[in-house]
Design a protein around this ligand. Sequence first.
Ligand code: COA
Length: 274
Amino acid sequence: MPELLDLHLADDGVATITLRHGKVNALCVALLNELRDAARSITSGEVAARAVVIGGGPKLFAAGADITEFASDPDPASFAVAGPERVREIGGAFLDALNAVAAIPVPTIASVSGFALGGGCELALACDLRIASSKARFGQPEILLGIIPGGGGTQRLARLVGPSVAKDLVFTGRQVSADEALRIGLVNEVVDPEQLDGRTAELASSLAAGAPNALRLAKAAIDGGLEMSLDEGLRHEQDRFVDVFATRDATVGVASFLESGPGHAAFGDIGPAI
Ligand code: COA
């Protein structure tokens, strides 16, 4: 049983992962390992989710890596930072956990109520969509510690907002407000703090009720294509386009349109996910 997060699957098919580690949800190696395992349990189908929400506490989504793990000797008189093996272990735990989140084949939403800094921002970046409270703040403050992001902050951030904005955030370590995050494309939506849970649940539930195979293939087409040249990506999309017609989603969705017009298809639980 995980101790530093909760994993709950609701009747509507929405799985919610809630970080609950101390005051600030510091992403220590133990929490990252639990996050990796939770994500893999969804990917394997052991937890049969059709959409996933990842959230933190009301004030802190997550304050990033557990900085106490960066010291091999925390005594100020003889202070020493962690050696390369330990740093690789910490970085590897980030890589495994956030890659496992990114690999979840169903839609994922980060629900960000407060600070999402460092690894917290990187966790939000590993999700498909981000909904933020107007009180949320994002940033990659590693440079202020004399280090650099190690959980995707130089890679997923640059792919999402472009290298120029990513360099601004990574070089300065400055925090951005929810409104600025929306303007630069770091989040999809900003809502009043009291509406965050309701809006996230509404979106997750509607995605969970959507065409499950088509959603998986849309995600695979976009994520897979980002690793390829445009030409390869377009062919990758064509293959997924052919794949989707072989699923019952296409049969149900197209028949529903022809019979009842747009937006009436009830996909329900229509067969195994591909
Ligand atoms: N790792 C370990 N401990 C952390 C932490 C982190 N990333 N972030 C905060 N803490 C600890 C603080 O040291 C403090 O501990 P204490 O109560 O024993 O003194 C406690 O959490 C609360 O932090 P505090 O700064 O007092 O709370 P705040 O509400 O004023 O600010 C933050 C919260 C998250 C904005 C602020 O703590 C912060 O900027 N943290 C560092 C974020 C960061 O640099 N992340 C990148 C890591 S690579």
